[in-house]
Design a binder for this molecule. Structure first.
Ligand SMILES: NC(=O)c1ccc[n+]([C@@H]2O[C@H](COP(=O)([O-])OP(=O)(O)OC[C@H]3O[C@@H](n4cnc5c(N)ncnc54)[C@H](O)[C@@H]3O)[C@@H](O)[C@H]2O)c1
Length: 442
């Protein structure tokens, strides 16, 4: 039985630091420039649930639909302070220019602000991201010392900007595929691995370790293992901090998790789902390396499995040919184009085809996801929640879940879960959509 008592939540007073590994990349700069334009009243926060969405409370005839931001105590956008790390020594303004997501006339509106954001030196090693070469990096050495250097960065950023709280969000490049191994199994193993420079500990894991050790929530926006293994669960538990991931849900996978639940709801079978993409940003270039692509592919492929449940419906989904391709095509920049060909079948096995051509803007879809995650993770922090925040799976391609559980990838289940979780936090009645109370049925 779920308790209806409101969870104790501290007020969002003071400044909230947002520290981003990958500070000068496309997602980060689109996010920060957008927040500043919204703060200055120049643009609307389209795509953000925390800023625009309402939540129904009580019965359908009560007409209670407050904005989410008026219902739960979220940090005000004016109180966000940005910083982070990157392997390039450039301002966020230069990074945004290079990413080419925002038009120059939009960027000009916040040039002063974006110019003032400069990255700290990164923890980076080319072994983990083959396609990049950076010069703005901490001298590579003992991984425990690197973690300590990041903890110092977090501490001094907090002091310098007089912050009350911090959230770290990984929006840096996708690293090579690292499967879980011995070193990830316990905190003791992991800390020994840091001391002994284990090859299975990538930079993103070092950032995650440093954040959690500093008592700071960590969000993983990329598909890597990063904070999703037993040693990190143990550390999050010990330090009492929330963690969330992985891989921001945007573009083609967002579409997949919107459409596939519909086929399943109508018991339409699927024979094949071929997905291909062209994109020309730096993310596309990094993913051109087969080892980084493997990390992304694993994340992208997993969604259909858990939505369609071929083990339960073998006759409908037991034989799907699911293929995902990402092609690096520089002329397109951040304006990715994706094609999906879906071979479905219905009554008597008659085949049908669906073609989807999505001309999307990856970072435009990702920016509000980053904003919501930062604000909700800060809420989790003030509500004294710890460990995996599964209610945030709405925002991820490959949601983290408790060991032994399968993730919910259906966007609509994720959405209902998120809103019910907010009701739960605030001691409001959960909504089941049963609706018997409106009818005289018996
Ligand atoms: N754009 C989207 O819609 C989307 C969706 C899901 C996931 N992601 C993931 O988010 C991440 C960022 O995407 P992007 O399009 O902004 O990529 P990007 O290449 O524009 O930016 C990544 C930034 O990370 C920096 N970086 C790399 N390694 C680093 C390290 N160890 N420490 C600090 N900085 C480091 C790079 O220099 C670069 O500035 C990628 O991993 C991508 O796969 C993006």
């Amino acid at each position: 039985m779920v308790s209806m008592e409101k969870v104790e939540i501290e007020k969002p007073e003071g400044k909230l630091g947002v520290l981003i590994p990958g500070l000068c990349g496309a997602v980060s700069t689109t996010f920060m420039a957008g927040v500043e334009m919204i703060r200055r009243g120049l643009r609307e926060p389209y795509g953000s649930l925390t800023q625009m969405q309402t939540i129904r409370l009580g019965k359908r005839n009560e007409n209670r639909h407050p904005l989410i931001k008026d219902f739960v105590p979220l940090a005000d956008l004016d109180n966000l302070v940005f910083g982070g790390w990157d392997i390039y020594d450039m301002s966020a303004y230069e990074g945004a220019k290079k990413a080419g997501v925002l038009k120059q006339e939009d960027l000009d509106l916040v040039k002063d602000f974006m110019d003032s954001i400069k990255p700290m030196k990164a923890v980076f090693n080319k072994y983990y991201v083959k396609k990049l070469d950076g010069e703005h990096i901490k001298p590579w050495g003992n991984k425990m010392e690197l973690a300590q250097a990041l903890m110092e960065d977090i501490k001094s950023f907090k002091k310098e900007h007089n912050l009350d709280r911090i959230v770290v969000v990984w929006a840096a490049s996708t690293e090579i595929y690292i499967p879980p191994s011995e070193v990830h199994l316990s905190l003791e193993n992991f800390e020994r691995g840091l001391e002994e420079n284990s090859k299975d500990i990538s930079p993103s894991m070092i950032y995650a370790y440093a954040a959690l050790k500093s008592g700071v929530p960590f969000i993983n926006g990329a598909p890597g293992l990063t904070v999703d293994f037993p040693a990190m669960y143990e550390l999050a538990d010990k330090m009492h901090v929330p963690i969330a991931g992985k891989d921001f849900k945007t573009g083609q996978t967002l579409m997949k998790t919107i459409i596939a639940p519909g086929f399943k709801a109508r018991m339409l079978g699927i024979n094949g789902w071929f997905s291909t993409n062209i994109l020309g940003n730096r993310d596309g270039e990094v993913l051109d390396d087969p080892e980084s692509f493997k990390t992304k592919e694993t994340s992208k492929l997993s969604v259909l499995q858990t939505i369609l449940q071929p083990d339960i419906y073998p006759e409908l989904y037991g034989n799907i040919y699911h293929k995902v391709r990402i092609n690096y095509y520089p002329p397109r920049g951040d304006n990715k184009e994706s094609w999906d060909n879906i071979d479905i079948f219905g009554w008597l096995g008659y085949p049908m085809q669906i073609k989807i051509n999505f001309l999307c803007r990856d970072s435009i879809l990702a920016a509000p996801v980053v904003l919501d995650l930062v604000l909700f993770m800060d809420l989790a922090q003030r509500a004294h929640l710890k460990g995996i925040q599964e209610w945030l799976s709405f925002y991820f391609k490959s949601p983290m879940v408790a060991p032994g559980l399968y993730p919910e990838n259906d966007l609509f289940i994720q959405h209902a879960k998120l809103k019910n979780f907010l009701r739960y936090l605030m001691g409001e009645e959960l909504i089941t959509h049963l609706g018997v109370e409106y009818y005289d049925m018996f």
